[in-house]
Write a protein that binds this ligand. Sequence first.
Ligand code: F6P
Length: 418
Amino acid sequence: MKRNVIVGQSGGPTAAINSSLAGVYRTAKDRGADKVYGMLHGVQGLLEEKYIDLSDHIKTELDAELLKRTPAAFLGSCRYKLPEIHEDREVYDKIFAILDKLDIEAFIYIGGNDSMDTIKKLSDYAIITGHPTRFVGCPKTIDNDLALTDHTPGYGSAAKYIGTSMKEIIRDGFCLEYSKGLVTIVEIMGRNAGWLTGAAALAQGEDCEGPDMIYLPEHSFDLVKFRDKVQQILDKKTSVVVAVSEGIRTEDGNYVCELGNSVDFVDAFGHKQLSGTAAYLANYIAGELGCKTRAIELSTLQRSASHAASRVDILEAYQVGGAAVKAADEGDSGKMVVLQRLSDDPYQCGTEVKDVHKIANDEKLVPPEWVTKDGTYVTSDFISYVRPLIQGDVSPVMVDGIPRHLYTPRELSERRRD
Ligand code: F6P
């Protein structure tokens, strides 16, 4: 590499996203890049010329190790949708002028399906205008819904946290006596894909039966059948634990979370904010069955729990960051790095690059055959798929009993302003 690299983070953060950033930085430097810039808040920040020189933040090997263990997007993220090229060329001209000013050879974007839309459009624009900058996507999302890749970095750590938390919640449910029993509903992220919710089944093992039911968004949800099933289980045991996706919908297509208080926020990609499914169902069951209920929304915790990250996930996140730089350095553009599983036992996985046009804006859902016939649990194939991705631990760097992270540029600047 002879010139500079710029990297951005976009979409919902994960516990592994900064490991990819560390992989991009290290590989770019090793391949001879002069400067490695970081866009602050993705392409949205770039348009306002907000960026940093990563060397000012990653000064030592310890900084790099802390970065790998720091959750949430170190550079700051965005949910910014570029206009179609024919709609507004000015935005593109502005971005490319900034890239020229910074002498950028490779543009790496760490993100999910919406973020790959940015790589797709920018690489198309570079072709139209004959611009030499190369654009490569680096996969990331806890939702695990990116097409053409076996899985996405960020998913394994979130799945590990979910499996672990479910197990702890199940244990807690058995310790107190309630006259009509206890029903705990645990709401899990993932929008329209059930990969994360299915990971609740990882709680199952020799010392735990796992959750009683798991509802993925790929299957329509019937409130009355749900109530009856809960009652049947309550007739046999004192505590019922149910994992539900934030994105479950009734047969007529309405999100269950919208049955209660309506949710108004919609992002630039048209995604509604999904929240409140567990609260709605817990209220519904309490009203219908008169038992004690509890609603738990794992929310931010499931994507920021770097203290419980999967070693496989953190290593793969680093690897895909490096692979994205390598691909750009070797001439690829309009591509995304994918993970290719070579074997389950022993687990082996490699990287390849695939056309981003076949990935952007698409959603990979849980295959129907990986869900039980009645739609209330995942199959053993699902569990075998996810199990290798949660293996191993990454010890946090503990200071005074609390994990140490790397201060983000935004925190540093806001702190200085005080
Ligand atoms: O896209 C990842 C994700 O974590 C989804 O699972 C979730 O629905 C969404 O982001 C939440 O986004 P936000 O943090 O913007 O509310």
